[in-house]
Structures are given as structure tokens and as C-alpha cells.
Design a protein. Sequence first.
Lengths: 605, 504
Amino acid sequence: MELAAWLIFLLPLISAVTIGIGAFRSKPISAGISIAAVVGSFILTFVMVANGSEFPDGQGPSPKVSWLRLDGLSVDIGLKIDGLSKLMLCVVTGVGSLIHIFSLGYMKEDRDFSRYFAFLSLFIFSMLGIVLADNFVMMFIFWELVGVSSYLLIGFWFDKPSAADAAKKAFMTNRVGDFGFLLGILMVWAAFGSVSFDVLEKEKATVLCGLAGFLIFCGAIGKSAQAPLHVWLPDAMEGPTPVSALIHAATMVAAGVYMLCRVFFLIEGTWAMEAIAWIGGITSLMAALMAVQQDDIKRILAYSTLSQLGYMVMVVGLGGETNSDYYKITNVAGTDAAMFHLTTHAFFKAMLFLGAGSVIYACHHEQDIWKMGGLRRRMPRTYWTFLIGTLALCGVPLFSGFFSKEAILTVAYKESMPLFLIAVAVAVLTTFYMTRLFLVAFCGEPRSKHAEHAKESPVVMTLPLLILAVPSVVAGYFNMHAPDPLILFASLIAVVFGALLANSIYRNATDDPLPVRLGFIARAMKARFWFDEIYQWFIDKVQERLAKLADIIDRWIIAGLLVRGAHGSTEFAGRVLRLAQTGNLQTYAFWFAAGLAAVLVFALS
Amino acid sequence: MDYLFFIVMLPLLAGLVVGVIPGDRIGAIRGVTLGASWLTALLSLIAFCSFDPNGGLQFVTEWTWVESLGLKFYLAADGINIGIIFMGAVVAFAAVCCAGDVTHRIKEFYFLLNLMICGILGAFASMDLFFFYFFHELALVPTFIMIGVWGRGQNRNYATYKITLYLSFGALLALIGLIGVYVQTGAESFSIPDLMKAVEEKPITESAQQWIFPLLMFGFGILVSLWPFHTWAPLGYGAAPTATAMLHAGVLKKFGLYGLIRVAIPMAPVGAQGWLEVMAWLALANLLFCGLVAVRQKDLNLLIGNSSVAHMGFIFLGIASLNVIGLTGAVLVMIAHGLLAALAFGLSGHLYQQHRSLDMTRMGGLLRKMPLAGTALLMAMMAGCGLPGFANFAGEITIFFAAWSAGFQTITVIAAWSALVIGGLYMLRAIRNILHGPQGDDWDNASDAKPLVATAFGLLLAMLLVFGFAPNLLTKRINGEVEKIVRLAKPEGAAPEKVEVVRR
């Protein structure tokens, strides 16, 4: 079992290295290696979970490899395997396997097919590193590696300036979050003298200061794209669609939530919790509002992802009661609900993205929903799976998203009324924008030539959709709790109201009537509340000017005035002194006499 | 076996052989140099692997030269310099691989190149202050000549003057400090282990330490482009031939840092106390200020030069922390940066050779045009902004831990911002401008790296990755030696002070 744990972790790395070293010359071999690695990891995970093998408390599978060992600072590469990481392993390798297979069809004609699979394997390896990390530094290492693999995949079509820019933006925004994360790790280490989760958990008696907790959360703000660092995620849709499904919907962006659950014992009971809850709540509302006015099918889903991640972050911050019998995934109501929603969301959101990918593929890379329409009869499998995903995302009863959303609403209701109201409002908006997307893209009449000639995608693409449809429906039953009647009522009203409203506006609509009706508000939503513009202004006016100032000082003051000044004054002194060396005997005699006189005056006075 | 003796003498021998080969036998000249540097690198690999982390001084060659002065030709390796020598020998081999851009006066160039390699390796292998300094000068003088004669660009003459004046002045200051150390210890010996023993029994008087340390700090500091004495570096490297820039930025520059760790800190710890805070702030200036300057650069070589100066800030910060974690991290970054700087200058040299211009605004899409060199450049840029998996990250994060525990919290915060965000900004912009996007118009005729050059890039990258994945390979060798130095400098406690637990 120990070997299995290490293999789960290392198989994708082996795949990435093999492809990178030489296998990239053959497309089928590269894809084969990559798919074999991730499916292998999935099977081993499944075996491990089915066996229920537990490693003794505080002891991951040996051997633990020492990465760095110094007096006072010791970092291991060790695996932490518990309920939390097992659940996340299932999600990452399970969804990962299906998306690898989907990519076979979607990327078939790409000239860099092999590079794509090498990057995917690299990503899976990095992601598994975060999931399995047993200490903060190891988590940070893989945190950054996930960032770079996402960078490489967003910028996969790097010839396209927009893709290259989006990749850069994603990496930089993540870096800002990682800056806080690193400082948080430093503070934790300074306070406890260790970075190992097990050691820290034993020393729980000491309470960490809220600032350290908040700094650690900064890592999650970046990776899980919470406000105000959410700006990179919509742009990240420049990457290939399977990448959006895997990285920017199901796994990487969930890493922040996972990390918060992993280190929940550290931040519990500090003011950081409130900050986390409110940032999550605000993100979920803001992103839902932005989603209402987007026209790009992938961007709508991206904002929806942001909004759902806000839900998860919010509920982690709310905390709630501890009850290890009732809450099976983690012991705390908040983290349990967050992980529950993370899991169901991973399945149905990955399916929605793959469905979007199938549509985009069929419509010859058309992404504007207003140029689609009438896809229902042309792409039945995609249509039905997309419908299931939409129902699950909206939280329609009996679909998986319903149960996990209930869990979140329950915690919010108990802990904070304002956040509960925000959450219900978000539920209304979610149903509204998803119904809009669904009606416009799939129903009505085709509004472009591409949509008219759309054909159902090949089996290699629809099969993963059909497989994902299963957990999207049933995943909720594994962690079901009896719902509170009031909350059940609130969420039902939200779904019905949102759906009816969208239906009345968008049924058979040929263009969006909202901008006319709402005016400024609709414009603000469409412009994403001008976050990008504000940041661009900051970069141009502050960052660039600072750099310019430094450059001017360097060029003109340090190198110019000081260095050339020293050089110049030396030369000047030389020239002045040279005036004395005239070669004229009389001048020398004069200076000699003058000097003698001066000495005499000085000595005698 | 006396690996070190052969490691230092092989390049000298190669230089002499090059000296007697007729100047028109270019193939022979290159072959001899390449073979010798390959053998040197191989020997240093064997030495590195057979080094015993708990064995003290190893591979000793000790010949008395002037008995009355205590002058010895004394080569030996301990945990600190074994890694640097290994790195230096590999960089030397890579530099010789990349030296193909020199097209006139080839014999003279290769003679000087061999001399420089011998000086570099000798400086780090010497355990005798005199030879430590002598070998450094032996490497420095060819550097000046090579930039002056084989350099490139319009600023070549100005750059040569500037680098010569700066480095000579820095070396002079350091020399006064070193003489001070020799006289004030009264050990009648130039041998570093003897001097260490002498100050352990009877430290140098405090008043003498007060002037010795600043002399060494600024003398060595100028050699390593400590802010604000850094302006020679980007300019000098921009004008230098590829191999010279690789060797100087990669290895020779580390001499000053090595001297600080090896001589200044252990010999004048009391003098250091007052100056460490200054050093930490100057280190921050390196990181932040030169990082910002790098953001503005349009020329790839100036960007690499400024970022290389910025990275020196990490090492100074590690030294200023003066604890085991910090000094170990400093040595780690020295080695990592050596490999990285050599790789970066090697790559920019390759690009320059293709197009005679390094204007980044006119590049673009080169990853398609030259997949090998492009990928290497991408990885070098990633290593440069501290991506885990490359050795630089291991050293940098270690230094953050050290500086934080040494009480430099504010500095650590700004340094982390400079490293993660500003460092990321200019590196990613460079990738975006050079490698991504549509191809620049003037680059149609550019070709990818030839096998020899590609080997050099691959080798340097492999080393960066190996030490990045397993920094323990280095730290377990460095750790013990550094502990001795910290114990000498701070007898009260070598372990980092535990910052009091912060309550909410």
C-alpha cells in the first residue's frame, strides 16, 4: 500500500518526463503514456480507498524523503493520507482521467499534441503534490508548480497574443497571492518552529494570530480566484477547453479550498475566519452578477466557477459546529460542506465545460452563445448532459448540487444571517444565468451557419460526458443530511424564481434585452465592475512609474552623477595639476620661491 | 586522491598547450580546451560525489612556499567550497562549449580563457589567503582583456574601463582588509584553517575588527555588485564575449561572497555586528531596486545583468542573517545562481549570434523558431523567478526563513515581494516578448542551438533541476562547515532564535 501511495503521486511525473525526454516524437505514444499514468493513479486511488487502508496516525507512507534538513528548518517530501486527501485524490484522478480521454478527441489535430499531454501530466503531478503534501513548504512547492503548469496550459497556443497575455496575467495574479502565502508560512514557522502539519496539529494549544491565518488565506485568494484576485480566471479561458474543465473548474481552483480545509485547525477561532467568510460571500455574489451579462459560453461558466468557489470559501470561513459523527469528510460543519460542494461541483462543472467544449468543437470554435441556438436536436448527447449539469449547478432537488448547496446554506443560516441572504441571492442568480445560457445556446432556432451545421461530437468526447453525468446526479447521496424545511423552501423558491425569470426574458430571444432594461447596471456587469481597468491603471501609473524612477536613478544618479562624477573630478584634478607642470624653468623657480616663503612664514609665525 | 590539484592545474596545462599550438590550427586549440575542461568537470563530479560530508578538509595538496611568512600552496575542499568548485567546473565546460562566437585572435582568446578557468577554480580551492587572492587576480586580469579585445557593442571601451576600475578598486580594498587579518591575528600563517584556530583562541582586537570588516564588506561587496556599487555589472556583461560573461557572472563573481563567508564573518564577527543590518538593507536595495530597473530594460542582456545583480541580494541577505539557515542558503544560491547566470548569458549569447541584436521589443515567437534554445530560455527564466524544482528556489526560500528568524521581518516582506512579484513580472514579460506571440520580423534566418551549445544548456539545466529536486545533496555538505563559522561568530547560540509565539 505504501508503494501504491507513492505510485499515485509519481506516475504522472514519470509520464511528463518520459514524454519530455523523447516520447514526444510520437503522438499516440505520448497520449498513451499520459493517459495510462493518470488512469493508473486513479485505479490505485480506488484500490486504496476501497481497502480503507489507514496509515498510523501522523505517519504517512514511508519512506519520507528529506528535501532539506538544517538546524531548525526541516522539510520532508512526505505523503499525508487521510479522509480529506483521499476524497481529493478521487476527484483529481477521476476527473483528470476523463478529461485526458476527452482531450484525445478535442486536441486531435493540434500540432503540439504531445506537448499538451506532457503539460497535462505535469499538472496532475503538481496537483497531487498539493493534495498529498504533509507540510507547508511542500505544499508551497507544488502550489507554485500548479501555477506554472496552469501558465503553460493557458498559454498553450502561445502564438496567439491573447493566450500569451492571459497566461502571464494568471501567473502574476497567483504570484501576488503566493506572496501572502509565503509570509504566512514564515509566520507559522516562526511561531511553532515547524512546518509539518502533524507537528502543528499536536501543538494546536497555541493559537495563531489572525494575521498569519489571513496571509495563508492569501494563497487561496490567488489560486481559488477570490476577489480581488479573481481577474485571471475568466482570461484563463484562452486555454484549450479541456484544460478549462480540468484546471480552471474542477481541480486547481479548488486547491485553495482544499488547503483551507487542510490547515483549518490553524485558522480556527481567529479574525481571519470572518475575513474568509466575507471575501467568499462577496466573490460569490459579484461573480454571479458578472455572469449574467457575459456572452461567451466559457466565460459564463468561468464566472459561475468563481461564484461557486466563493460559496465554498465562505462556508469554510463560517466554521460551524464540530461533530465527528455527523460530518464524515472533516469534523467541522463548514469544511465538510465546502469539501462536499467541491466534490459535486468538480463533477458537474467539469461536465459543463466539456459540454461547452463539445459545442465549441461542433460550431468550429464559435464561443458566442448568441451565435448558437437550436443545438438540441443536432447534439442530443451534449444537450442532455449539459442539461443535467445545469440542473445540478442550479441545485434542483435530487441532483448532486442540491445536497451540497443545502449543506452550505444550512451552515450559513446557523452562523450568519447576512451571508445566508447573500447565498440565497446567489442561488437565484445562478439559476438565472444558467437558464439564460441554456435557452440561448441550445433552444430556439440556430442563429449562425456554424450552429446550423453543427454535428454531434465523436464518441471519445461524448463518452466522458456520459460518464461524468453519473456522479453529477448521484454524488450528493453519499454525504446527504436531512435538510431543514425552511432552507429547503428558500432554495426551492430561489431555483423556481430564477428559472421563471430567465425563461420569461430569454425564451426565443434573438438578442439580450437586459442592457436596455437595466442600463448602467447591465453595463457594469458586462464590464465586470471595471476591475481589470483599475488594475491596469495601477500597473501603468504606479508600478511602471516606480520602475521608471528606479531606472532613472540608476542611470543618471548612481551611474551618472556619482560614478561619472568621481571619474570627472579625478580627471579635473589631473588637468588642474597639469597646469603646474609647464616645463618652464622660471615658473618652477617662482613656485619654489613662493613655497619657500610660505614655509618660512608658517614656521616663523 | 588529490582531485583538486588536477582540477586547478588541468586548465593551466591546457592553456600552455594552446600556447604552443600554431594559431591557425583552430580545431586543435578548441579541442584541447574543450577536452581539458570536460576532464576538469568530470574530475570535479567525482570529487563532489566522493566527498565525505563529515570528513573535514579533503583532497588536500599542501606545499610550503615561504616558511618564514607561513605561505603555503594549500588546496583543500570542505563542505562550502566543494559544491562551488563542482559548479565552477561545470560552468567552465559550458562556457567553453559556448565560446564559438569568438572569430578572431582565437589562440589568444583560448589561452586567456584557460587561464581564467584555472584562476577561478584555484581561488575557490585555495585554503591559503595569499593564493586565494592571487588566483582571483589571475582570473580577473584575463576578464578585462577579453572584454576589451573580444567584447561587443558600442559601449565596449567604456564598459571595459568601468569594470576594470571597479573591480580593481574592490579587490584593493579587500586586499587591505586581508592584510589586516593576517597582521592582526598574529598567527604568522596565511592558511585559513590556522587563522580560524587562532581567532578561536584569541579573537582579533575589537578596534581592529571595526575597520577590517567594513573594508572586507565593501571590498568584496564591490566585486559582487552590492548596491550602489553595481552599475559595472549589467554594462560589463553586456559588452563581454559569451564565455567570459558566463564565467564571470556565474563563478568568479561569487569570490566576494565566498570571501565574506570564509574570511570576513569568522575573522571579524564583532566588527560585523554593527554592519550586518546595513548589509541587509543594501541587499534589499539590490533585490528591490535592481529588480525594478530590470523591469524597464529593453535589451535582453541588460535584463539578465540587472536580474543577476538583484539575485545577489538574496545571498547578501542570507549572510547578513548570520545563522546556519542563512549561510547555508547563501551558499545554495551562490551555486544555483552560478548555473543560472551561465545559462542565461549562454542563451543570450546564442541569440546575439543569430541576429546581432538583443532588442526584446523586436523579438517574438522564438519558441517556435528555436524549440531547444527557446525551451532552455523559458526554463531559465522560470528558474530566475524562483520556481520550485530549480535550485534557486531552495536557496531563496531558505534565506527567507533565515532572515525572518534573524529579526529582519520588514526586509523579508519587501524581499519576498521583490522576488515573487517583481521577479515574476520582468521574467514573464521577457518570455512574453521573446518567446511567445507572433514571430518578430527580423528573425527569419535564426537557427536553433547546435549540438555542442545545446549540450551546455542541457547540462546546466540538469544541474539546476537535480539540486532543485534534492537540495539536500548540497546542504548536507554545507551545513556542518557553516555551523563552525556561525559558532565562531555567535558563540551564544548557533540555532535560530525562536520568535515569540504570536497570540491573537
